[in-house]
Design a binder for this molecule. Structure first.
Ligand code: GDP
Length: 525
């Protein structure tokens, strides 16, 4: 029996994994896909990462650039749910698109390496999730290795991220002495590296296990019970409302590599993670269960191959049902567009999708029609979704046209790429130099490539390195405060921004100029 539309929508769980490189995102994703039967062999996701699966032009590009297009969205079914995992590229592929992907999900899974704790990229991605108030589920990974103590890790969550936590389970030992997890939620102990039949031991409310069980012989279980007592007395209470509001994160301990604790994690996640949530628009909240199709473009993947000018626009469906061949309005363009056979779905295999509902992601082949943030709708209501936020760049270059005779194509290209959201533009005060800002190096490379191939403009880029950008409150500022260590520029809307050389320069400036109120738009929420 097929599901009706409402049941289809309510079965969707759309999330992204936020983590620092090497915490285990690929490994966990792979295990989740295995549970869902979406892949048959472990190693598939990994192979894609290194580009061994080159079977099409697109994949060839991925291989050349190491950009993963195909694995941008992975989908699998589990226990009546349809799960969409959106990839958040890190390392050299880190870009504003990584942040924007978080605008398209309903929840996030944060993986932390138990030996490392909270790392830089996790913190950045966490802040963006926080800004949206989406539920965050934490998986503390690599318990099969010696790491920080679980209490220390919880304290880090609260201190560094400022989020309350509730451990759903608790490790019994770790590293060489890792015996398993005490599952507070399901009232059982799950043993590590023990055959399936003996894996689970039911426990009493007080955590008692059957007399004479080998676990009791080690002092580790006693220690776990003491810690559980401490958590029961002094820890946070579990609250479904707080989880939904993103102010309390359920925490799971496990080991993705050995597939330990992953299934329990998945099942609890599916239970507490939200189905597609309503989104704000110019006419109020859009109900995901509404009939009228709507969605927005959250990412545009530029094709790096000069032989192909096309790109893929990723659309998050926010209401209604997508059907191949349907006609949609794009209010920004005041234009109707038929979503024909060029529409494709990003699953494990690149399939053509015929139908998709709220919560799903579709990829549209694009020859330059769409911009990031575009709304697509059907029906009479011509609304637009809330604008996507701007993310504060960290890397800057000074840019100019190599050939002064070709200024026109240079300005046209910059203007269009900036508008599309590929990169951010700033101008220096007085000298009007063009500066570009990005959150990841890849954005500059894509910019340079597209300027050459789409606008026939060779650019010169002079690296300025990383800067700390702070906007100022109010529109007036003494322009003489600009210096090489605190460079004053204007953003594309004409607002003043200081680019500080480093944290020290920022603090020094603040001490000297207490009247200048500085802020980072990403900390405003
Ligand atoms: P990603 O960069 O976050 O995608 O990380 P990967 O999934 O590629 O994992 C990074 C490394 O950590 C790989 O060598 C994995 O085999 C290893 N790893 C992942 N999960 C675990 C785990 O649970 N235990 C141990 N010991 N190693 C793990």
């Amino acid at each position: 029996m097929g599901k009706n539309f409402k049941e289809e929508v309510l079965s969707r769980r759309t999330f992204a994994i936020i983590s620092h490189p090497d915490a285990g995102k690929t490994t966990l994703t792979e295990k989740l896909l295995l549970f869902g039967g979406a892949i048959r062999d472990a190693g598939t996701v990994k192979a894609k990462k290194t580009g061994k699966f080159a079977t099409s032009d697109w994949m060839e590009i991925e291989k050349q650039r190491g950009i993963s297009v195909t694995s941008s969205v992975m989908q699998f079914d589990y226990d009546g749910f349809r799960v969409n995992i959106l990839d958040t590229p890190g390392h050299q592929d880190f870009s504003e698109d990584t942040y924007r992907t978080l605008m398209a999900v309903d929840s996030a899974v944060m993986i932390i390496d138990s030996a490392k704790g909270i790392e830089e990229q996790t913190l950045k991605l966490f802040k963006v999730c926080r800004m949206r108030g989406i539920p965050i589920f934490t998986f503390i990974n690599k318990l099969d290795r010696q790491g920080k103590s679980p209490l220390e890790l919880l304290a880090e969550l609260e201190e560094v991220l400022g989020i309350e936590s509730y451990p759903m389970n608790w490790p019994i030992g770790m590293g060489k002495e890792f015996l398993g997890i005490y599952d507070r939620f399901n009232k059982r102990v799950e043993q590590f590296r023990v055959s399936d039949e003996d894996r689970f031991i039911p426990i009493s409310n007080e955590g008692e296990i059957p007399d004479g069980h080998p676990l009791t012989s080690s002092g580790l279980y006693e220690q776990t019970l003491d810690e559980i007592l401490l958590l029961n007395e002094a820890g946070n209470e579990f609250s479904v409302e707080k989880v939904a509001a993103g102010s309390l994160t359920p925490v799971f301990f496990g080991s993705a590599l050995t597939n330990f604790g992953v299934q329990t994690f998945l099942e609890s996640y599916l239970k507490f993670a939200p189905a597609p949530i309503a989104r704000n628009s110019s006419i109020g909240e859009i109900d995901p269960l509404g009939d009228q199709f709507s969605g927005f473009v959250f990412k545009i993947q530029a094709n790096m191959n000069p032989a192909h000018r096309d790109r893929i626009a990723f659309v998050r469906i926010c209401s209604g049902k997508f059907e191949r061949g349907m006609t949609v309005n794009v209010p920004r363009l005041a234009k109707q567009i038929k979503l024909s056979q060029s529409t494709s779905f990003m699953a494990e295999e690149r399939n053509t999708v015929d139908e998709a509902v709220s919560g799903d992601i579709i990829g549209l082949y694009d020859t330059g029609t769409y911009q990031i943030g575009d709304t697509l709708t059907t029906g009479k209501d011509n609304f637009q979704f809330e604008k996507l936020p701007q993310f504060t760049p960290e890397l800057y270059v000074r840019v100019s046209a190599k050939n002064v005779m070709k200024q026109k194509s240079f300005y046209k290209g910059i203007q269009q790429l900036v508008q599309e959201g590929a990169i951010q533009l700033y101008k220096t005060i007085k000298t009007d130099d063009y500066l570009l800002g990005a959150v990841g190096q890849l954005q500059f490379e894509v910019f340079e490539h597209r300027m050459r191939n789409e606008y026939n403009s060779e650019v010169l880029m002079e690296r300025m390195g990383s800067k700390i950008a702070r906007w100022i409150e109010g529109d007036t500022i003494d322009e003489n405060l600009s210096s090489s260590r605190s460079l004053l520029v204007k953003d594309r809307y004409g607002h003043y921004v200081f680019l500080f050389e480093n944290d020290f320069a920022l603090r020094w400036f603040q001490e000297k100029n207490p009247n200048v109120k500085l802020y980072n738009p990403m900390d405003q929420h």
